[in-house]
Every structure is written in C-alpha cells, then in structure tokens.
Design a protein around this ligand. Structure first.
Ligand code: NAI
Ligand code: MG
Length: 502
C-alpha cells in the first residue's frame, strides 16, 4: 500500500504504514468505525494511496464523546496538576524520540518538505507540550475585595477558581496536521480537559500516531480520542454534539460559520482560527535583503498553505521593480519535488482538490488582467499535485487574487506610495489574521502595528510563532486565541465563590 519512497523511511514509519487499516482511537483502543467503513489517504507527491483509515461518523463521535466524558468525570479528575504536567512532559519526550518517524508520516501524508517538518513542526510540538506542562501548576484564581452596597458592613470572602471546561472537540485542518493537534491537546489537557480530535480527512496519520504516544506516556484511556472522518459527517456531528462543551476549530471561514451554527444546540464555547489574506508591507527605508527573504518565506513556506501566508505584498513604488523581479527570479528557481527527498525545496499541495482550487484562482487572476512574472501553471512532469510558485503584478485590490484566501504558492505584489494609503489597503479585506511591516523607521513601525487590523503583527520579521505567543485573528479570521497565556483562558471557565463571614 505504501509509496515509492520506501528506502528512505525510518523503520518505525515503515511499520506504521504497513498496517492494513489505521483504526480510530476511542477509549484507549484501536477500533473499527461502527459502520465498518474506511477511506484512503494519499501521498500528494505521487497521488498514490498511503493507507486505509477507519471512517468515523456520528456513532463513533458518540462513542468518543462518551469515553471522553467518562475519563473527565473519572480517572482524569483525580490526576493532580503536577501529575498532568509530568504526563505532558513525558509526551513531549516521546514526540522528540519519534521526531523522524512523525516527520516522515507528516511529509508523506501532507506533502510538506521533510526539512521543514523536522526543523519546524516537530520541535514546535514538543515545545508546546513543555510550555503547557509548565502551566498545569500555575492555573490559579484570585481573591476579590467585594463590598456589597445593599448589605453595609457585611463581610465576605470571595474567590475565583479556574476550572476545566470538560469535553473539548478539536476540528483541525491538513496544513500542519500534527502541530494543530498538539496545539489543541497541550493546553486542553494542561487545564484538565479531555479531547476528541478530528483530524482532516486528507492527513489523518500523524494524529493517530500521536494518540498512541499519548497512551504510552501514561495519559489515561479516553482523555484523548482520535477519530478521523469527513467534515460534513464526523466534523458536523462533533460540532453539534450536545455533550461537547467546547469546539476549537481551524480551517476555512465558511466551515467556521457552519461550526458556529452547529454549536447553538447546547451553546458550547467555540474558538475559531480561520483564513487570512495577510499583507506584508515593505517601505522604501527597509532592510531590503531581509524584506526580500521575508516576502519569499511569507508566501512560499509550506507551499503557501498557511493561514498566515503573506499573500498580498505591498512594496513602496521606489523599490517595487527591483524587489518584485528578485522575488520572481527566486520563485522560478525553487526546486519542486516530493517532500521526502531532502533536496526538495517545495512540495506538492495537499490534494488534487486543493491544486484545482489554486489553479482556478490563478486563472481568475489572468482573466482579471493581472500579469504573471513567475509560475502560473501546474508543475509538469512531477506526478503529484504540484503548482508552480506564482508571482502576480498589475493586481487591483478588488481582484479575487487580492481579496480571497488562495492557500497555495500564489502571491499578488502591489506598489504603494504612502503610509496612510497602504494602511487602508492592507486593512481592506474581510480578514485580519496577521500582517508584516518592513521599515527602519521605528515610529512608523509602531504606528503601523497600531493601525493594522490583525491578530498578529510582525515588525521586520515574518512567519514567527512560539508556544508562548498568543495566536489568532480579528474580523473574519476568527476569535479566541491559541498558544500563550490566553490559551489558558480559552480552555478554562471561571467559578465565583462567596463565603459568608458574618
Ligand atoms: P475546511 O475548513 O472545510 O476543513 C477544515 C476541517 O474542518 C477539516 O477537519 C474538515 O473535515 C472539517 N470540516 C469540514 N466541513 C465541516 C463541517 N460542516 N462541520 C465540521 N467540520 C467540518 O477546509 P478545506 O475544505 O480543507 O480547505 C478549503 C479552504 O479552507 C482552503 O483552500 C483554505 O483557504 C482554507 N483553510 C484554511 C486553513 C487555515 O489554517 N486557516 C486550514 C485549511 C483550510
Ligand atoms: Mg494524505
């Protein structure tokens, strides 16, 4: 069942891929779907089947939620904060010990290049686990100096407790499959919650392997359940489930809206990390070498399949021609191929559907009159779902390639004249996830940071993330924050306790 790249595979990755069916993980056990159905996951570099995966649907969601609820009320509620920290640290060690195996599974299932998986995704995963392991013993409430105007002279002790929310459903996308899973698991468990994780149907493998490591770390069965399946079935059932207390969702804005509607039945908490059309703005006084690198990484990292892609680059008109032609030349030289080959610099898109969606946007850009400086086609002769790194100029702000999330290696580069103008244009989409600014003028940098409508602003850098730095958007890029201390707020609820001292 596995692919042509076999010789380079780590023996553990090989063993994992050799399994006949990758089963659901419910209540600590590998189980078939109630329907007995399976689906195939493919290697996007070749289009070949990578494995068969049990396909969760409503009945399996019910079983996973029941298992999570039982773990939450039972064994998990007896584990002390310090013990939860030790378990998360143990899981971090296991993720490190299995880094190569996990990175290879990720690369084969998603298409991303192995170097980025090894240097980016995997270390970020263990770091997130350790960061939130540290939080377990520091999630405290406070005492409150209450007065009670209608009861003069009365004395009370008032305090707050931060409690776990309960059963968290995580619906995650395919662009950073393991990282997205860990980004939810780490804070959710640190705060004492339990998790039902639905990976994206395109990339279920690394999350299933993570679920096994969770058990190996000693985390009780049922605390983490992993149920691969499709969005309209498994995802929708989880979002609508009456015994799920919170949904954390990352994906498209359209699906985010469906999740919010589905959540209304029991008014579960929802946090959303949705799309972006992020501006990356280069002023004339910028360090141009650094800005050129930032423009390049901003759009082409992970084949452009990042919610934070710097897909609208604004360059001051005095530097426009030089920077845009350097970007186009560099784009044309990117070596594309299977991500598992360490000499590859850009892999395929995750699926044929995604490739067609991206090519559709490229066609729309051409039709609207934008000019192609690089790329613009499916990459020929490579087999899988490859799109050439693509650079457009002569783009109007109103064109679909300047307004809509493409989620591929396609950038629109546009000139601007002054600060007020570029700020207004940068803010002129329904999205507000991230923004980048390149300038040596410190006042301008901070003015821009104030004015940009974005959840994250990078000044003279781009695509930086850390376990300690909050992540999330404004406007239609979502609400709630993952990572950092704000994640603790998102995975806890406050209880207010009054004690009569009179
Ligand atoms: P999607 O938003 O439909 O899928 C993300 C997750 O939601 C997957 O696990 C999927 O199974 C699940 N899902 C789908 N429909 C659902 C429903 N009705 N109820 C509950 N869960 C559901 O994204 P898709 O179709 O994979 O990609 C489409 C576009 O979405 C991309 O081109 C990109 O623009 C955007 N996207 C943005 C991401 C981000 O990180 N912000 C990640 C993935 C996609
Ligand atoms: Mg796949």
């Amino acid at each position: 069942m596995t692919t042509a790249t076999a010789p380079q595979l780590n023996p553990d990755a090989r063993r994992f891929l050799d399994r006949k069916v990758h089963k659901l993980l419910i209540d600590g056990k590998a189980v078939d779907a109630a329907s007995g159905k399976t689906f195939l996951t493919t290697n996007p570099a070749t289009g070949e089947t990578l494995g068969a995966v049990s396909e969760a649907d409503k009945a399996d969601v019910d079983a996973a939620v029941a298992s999570a609820r039982a773990a939450f009320e039972g064994p998990w509620s007896k584990v002390t904060p310090s013990e939860r920290g030790k378990l998360l640290n143990k899981l971090a060690d296991l993720v490190d010990a299995h880094a190569e195996e996990l990175a290879q599974l990720e690369t084969l299932d998603n298409g991303k290049i192995i170097g980025e998986a090894m240097k980016g995704d995997l270390p970020l995963c263990s770091d997130l686990l350790r960061y939130f392991a540290g939080w377990t013993t520091k999630i405290a409430g406070e005492t409150t100096p209450v007065s009670v105007p209608y009861y003069p002279g009365a004395k009370f002790l008032h305090y707050t407790v931060r409690e776990a929310i309960g059963v968290v459903g995580a619906i995650i996308p395919w662009n950073f499959p393991l990282l997205m899973a860990v980004e939810r698991l780490a804070p959710a468990l640190a705060c004492g919650n339990v998790l039902v994780l639905k990976p994206a149907e395109q990339t279920p493998l690394s999350a299933l392997r993570l679920g096994e490591l969770v058990l190996e770390a000693g985390i009780p069965p049922g605390v983490v359940n992993v149920i691969p399946g499709f969005g309209p079935t498994a995802g929708a059932a989880l979002a609508a489930h009456m015994d799920v207390d919170k949904i954390t969702f990352t994906g498209s804005t359209e699906t985010g809206r469906a999740v919010v509607k589905a959540s209304a039945g029991n008014l579960k908490k929802v946090s959303l990390e949705l799309g972006g059309k992020s501006p990356n703005i280069v002023f004339d006084d910028a360090d141009l070498d650094a800005a050129a690198k930032g423009m390049f990484m901003g759009i082409f990292y992970n084949q452009g399949q990042t919610c934070s892609a710097g897909s609208r680059v604004f360059v001051h008109k005095s530097k426009f021609d030089g920077l845009v032609s350097a970007l186009a030349e560099r784009a044309k030289k990117i070596r594309q191929g299977p991500g598992i080959d360490p000499t590859t610099r850009m892999g395929p898109l995750v699926s044929e559907t995604q490739m067609k969606r991206v090519l559709g946007y490229i066609e729309a850009g051409k039709k609207d009159g934008a000019k192609l400086l690089a790329g613009g086609e499916r990459a020929a002769g490579l087999g899988g779902w490859f799109v050439q790194p693509t650079v457009f100029t002569d783009v109007k702000d109103s064109m679909s390639i300047a307004q809509e999330e493409i989620f591929g290696p396609v950038v629109a580069v546009m000139p601007f004249e002054d600060e007020a103008e570029v700020l207004a244009r940068a803010n002129g989409t329904p999205y507000g996830l991230v923004a980048g600014v390149w300038t040596k003028d410190i006042k301008r940098a901070f003015r821009m940071a104030q004015g940009l409508k974005a959840g994250v602003v990078w000044l003279n850098c781009y695509q930086f993330v850390d376990a300690a730095a909050p992540w999330g958007g404004v406007k239609q890029s979502g609400y709630g924050r993952e990572k950092g201390p704000y994640a603790i707020e998102g995975y806890t609820q406050v209880k207010s306790v009054w004690v009569d001292l009179n």
